[in-house]
Design a protein around this ligand. Sequence first.
Ligand SMILES: [Zn+2]
Length: 165
Amino acid sequence: MSNKTEKWFVSRQSYWGEESPYAVEIAYGGLDYANPDMLCTKYHGEGEEYTDPREAATTAVEIAQAWRKDCPDKDITVRVGFTHGFTMPFDEDTDEAAIAWGEKKYELLPKCPHCGEVMEERWTRALCDDEDACCSENCANMYFEEQDDDDQSDTDEIERNLDLE
Ligand SMILES: [Zn+2]
């Protein structure tokens, strides 16, 4: 398990050369992987990275709704995708499909065995990085104490696994 934390970047785009170019884009991989025709930030939550895909999806839909209200003549869609580092307009999606995408993605993310949150960091016991990891030092301390339930747990050292850096 050496996966980096997944992140998504929400931005408004005006895709060059597209018939209906206006989109709220959810780009996998964060800011560096957003398409380059990004519009300047105007709505709450845009231009930000999200580690929870449900939050990214909900925010993107809210932005699209606010934008449609401001510009009723524009055809605005929500789109999810991965540019692979290139410029690549994403396929159109409905608001509902974007929300469903967020829920599904979230289900697949690794969760902390102690608190159930999405893992943004990985904390394990020193020298045992093949076992379960937790999302924080606190969770790891409590989790591994529960696992051991006796003697040797005080000698265990919790450390942050740098895979996620
Ligand atoms: Zn936790």
